[in-house]
Design a binder for this molecule. Sequence first.
Ligand SMILES: [Zn+2]
Length: 69
Amino acid sequence: MDFSGSKMQLLTVTEFNEQEAELTRAQSKQLNCKGCGKQTPNLFQYDLCRDCLNQTFKRLIKVIDSIRK
Ligand SMILES: [Zn+2]
Protein backbone atom coordinates (compact mmCIF):
# COMPACT_ATOMS: atom_id res chain seq x y z
CA MET A 1 0.00 0.00 0.00
CA ASP A 2 1.25 3.50 -0.81
CA PHE A 3 0.89 5.99 2.06
CA SER A 4 3.17 8.73 0.70
CA GLY A 5 0.26 10.85 -0.56
CA SER A 6 -1.52 10.66 2.79
CA LYS A 7 1.65 11.63 4.68
CA MET A 8 2.08 14.73 2.53
CA GLN A 9 -1.51 15.80 3.18
CA LEU A 10 -1.08 15.22 6.92
CA LEU A 11 2.17 17.21 7.13
CA THR A 12 0.52 20.19 5.47
CA VAL A 13 -2.36 20.11 7.93
CA THR A 14 0.03 19.70 10.89
CA GLU A 15 2.13 22.70 9.89
CA PHE A 16 -0.98 24.82 9.63
CA ASN A 17 -2.03 23.72 13.12
CA GLU A 18 1.34 24.66 14.59
CA GLN A 19 0.73 28.22 13.42
CA GLU A 20 -2.74 28.15 14.96
CA ALA A 21 -1.24 26.90 18.21
CA GLU A 22 1.22 29.79 18.33
CA LEU A 23 -1.65 32.25 18.02
CA THR A 24 -3.61 30.46 20.74
CA ARG A 25 -0.59 30.38 23.08
CA ALA A 26 -0.07 34.13 22.67
CA GLN A 27 -3.51 34.69 24.13
CA SER A 28 -2.57 32.49 27.16
CA LYS A 29 -5.99 31.73 28.54
CA GLN A 30 -7.84 28.53 29.34
CA LEU A 31 -10.13 27.35 26.58
CA ASN A 32 -12.58 24.48 26.36
CA CYS A 33 -12.05 21.77 23.80
CA LYS A 34 -15.13 21.36 21.59
CA GLY A 35 -14.40 17.64 21.30
CA CYS A 36 -14.06 16.44 24.92
CA GLY A 37 -14.80 19.63 26.91
CA LYS A 38 -11.38 19.54 28.63
CA GLN A 39 -9.86 22.88 29.64
CA THR A 40 -6.58 23.59 27.90
CA PRO A 41 -4.46 26.66 27.15
CA ASN A 42 -3.64 25.19 23.74
CA LEU A 43 -6.56 24.72 21.41
CA PHE A 44 -5.90 23.78 17.82
CA GLN A 45 -7.86 23.83 14.61
CA TYR A 46 -11.65 23.41 15.03
CA ASP A 47 -11.27 24.33 18.76
CA LEU A 48 -9.92 20.87 19.57
CA CYS A 49 -7.24 19.82 22.06
CA ARG A 50 -4.27 17.82 20.78
CA ASP A 51 -5.86 14.48 21.76
CA CYS A 52 -9.07 15.22 19.87
CA LEU A 53 -7.12 16.58 16.92
CA ASN A 54 -5.13 13.33 16.73
CA GLN A 55 -8.43 11.44 16.58
CA THR A 56 -9.53 13.76 13.77
CA PHE A 57 -6.28 13.08 11.89
CA LYS A 58 -6.82 9.32 12.19
CA ARG A 59 -10.27 9.70 10.65
CA LEU A 60 -8.83 12.04 8.00
CA ILE A 61 -6.21 9.44 6.98
CA LYS A 62 -8.96 6.85 6.50
CA VAL A 63 -10.95 9.30 4.35
CA ILE A 64 -7.89 10.18 2.23
CA ASP A 65 -7.04 6.50 1.76
CA SER A 66 -10.60 5.64 0.75
CA ILE A 67 -10.60 8.47 -1.80
CA ARG A 68 -7.26 7.30 -3.22
CA LYS A 69 -8.44 3.68 -3.77
ZN1 LIG B 1 -10.39 17.37 23.43
